[in-house]
Design a protein around this ligand. Structure first.
Ligand code: ATP
Ligand code: MG
Length: 397
């Protein structure tokens, strides 16, 4: 055997490759990382403002002419273009002066509880992060004050917001800082404003994986407060600042996920309608059910206001998928959202550059492709919004 292929030298080669790769990656990341080039959000066309606010295009034009709305920039062709903050200002003008003004402000009213939704499933790649980021952005654009919490040490959600957790949050700065057992910091210290108006982020990073091991230790040594309360306690500090909290969970049913579930008022389970995914979800539900039952014996009943299933990455023309979707609906009935999240190249292509379909310039994408996926994702968000409104005792039409 050649000297170079003895087990020992292969091990050495692997180690040397690993070292070279990680140094090169590190250099590459640092060179391409420019904190000053943070993401920004595009401006919105009048037809988008109309769709988001419910103000008709003609009313939008008239109220501008009458000087009721803030003047906004125009593009090279003289069309008005709106920032998300300007859309919100307009919404507030309508709430003050429009007939049925309340309808323009969909968020919490006096006495309404903060809604905290965990987006969960332990099947990897079941569209949790994609759903979390799209819902968070859609609801922010609709006028809700949204906090997105990244509870996955892989930090995909954090990355979607233009952060580089492997550089920026190595030592600190993630939600772990507020959950850890030793010297936790207030959640407000880790929350970042994003380039999205009305949307803040509690980031994740690899550091968050420590929480899993620390919780096991804390349980043995009865460190208080226990994991069942830690996120709820952290959220108490900022609860008045938000209408809605969306939590992106990791693909395991560990302490991190349980911590999120126990701070939630409702759950959204994403499922790709394939045999393997549904089998895995059944297992997830069984394990989650058992865990919750055990916890309830210790802490009393856990009352979620809602449990919804979202059929994700759905291809209606795929016969086995549509059969599986039908099967899920026949068993889970109206717990399954009627609108599925379609599979679309607009989502996967935009995802490569850390964008959502709301960030894409309409002109960047084939109109038919964009319209189809917008209809699907907006449909999902609108339907789930009714669930949230119902949790506030408001029956949406
Ligand atoms: N509706 C969709 N159409 C096309 N691609 C999608 C869609 N939803 C998700 N994807 C793609 O599938 C991949 C996995 O999605 P995502 O990261 O949202 O799943 P996840 O459940 O968060 O995964 P993990 O378990 O690793 O956290 C991503 O590359 C994403 O761009
Ligand atoms: Mg994810």
């Amino acid at each position: 055997m050649n000297q170079e292929t003895t087990p020992q030298s292969i091990a050495a080669m692997i180690a040397a490759n690993a070292a070279r790769l990680s140094t090169a990656l590190d250099d590459h990341m640092r060179n391409s990382f420019r904190p000053e080039s943070r993401k920004t959000l595009r401006k919105f066309h009048p037809f988008e403002v109309s769709e988001l606010t419910g103000i008709s295009l003609s009313n939008l034009r008239t109220r501008h002419q009458e000087g009721d709305f803030p003047e906004v920039e125009t593009d090279s062709r003289g069309r008005r273009m709106y920032s998300a903050a300007e859309i919100d200002q307009i919404r507030h003008v309508m709430a003050r002066t429009g007939r049925n003004g309340d309808a323009y402000l969909p968020g919490r009213r006096d006495g309404d509880a903060l809604q905290v939704v965990s987006i969960v499933n332990f099947k990897g790649g079941s569209s949790k992060t994609t759903t979390a980021v799209h819902l968070a952005q859609r609801y922010a654009l609709r006028g809700y004050r949204v906090l997105a919490i990244d509870m996955d040490p892989q930090a995909s959600l954090t990355t979607m917001f233009g952060y580089r957790p492997e550089i920026e949050f190595v030592e600190s700065g993630t939600v772990y800082d507020s959950l850890r057992y030793e010297d936790p910091v207030p959640l407000s210290q880790v929350i970042r404003k994003t380039y999205f108006h009305n949307l803040d982020l509690a980031p994740a990073g690899l550091m968050l994986s420590e929480y899993e091991t620390e919780t096991a230790y804390a349980l043995q040594h009865r460190v208080e407060p226990p994991f069942t309360q830690r996120l709820a306690i952290a959220l108490d500090e900022v609860e008045a600042d938000y209408d809605l909290v969306l939590i992106d969970c990791p693909p395991q049913l560990g302490f991190t996920t349980m911590t999120a579930l126990l701070a939630s008022t409702g759950l959204l389970i994403t499922v790709v309608p394939s045999m393997l995914d549904v089998a895995s979800m059944a297992q997830f539900l069984e394990m989650a059910g058992e865990t919750v039952r055990t916890l309830e014996e210790a802490t009393g009943p856990i009352d979620w206001a809602f449990l919804k299933f979202l059929i994700a990455r759905y291809e209606p023309t795929d016969v086995p998928q549509s059969q599986m979707a039908g099967f899920l609906r026949s068993i889970l009935l109206d717990q399954v959202l009627t609108t599925p999240m379609l599979k679309s190249t607009a989502i996967s292509d935009a995802g490569m550059t850390q964008q959502t379909i709301y960030e894409l310039e309409p002109s960047q994408v084939v109109k038919k492709t964009l319209d189809r996926i917008l209809e699907s994702v907006n449909g999902v968000a609108d339907e789930f919004e009714k669930t949230l409104q119902r949790a506030w005792g408001r029956e949406a039409d």
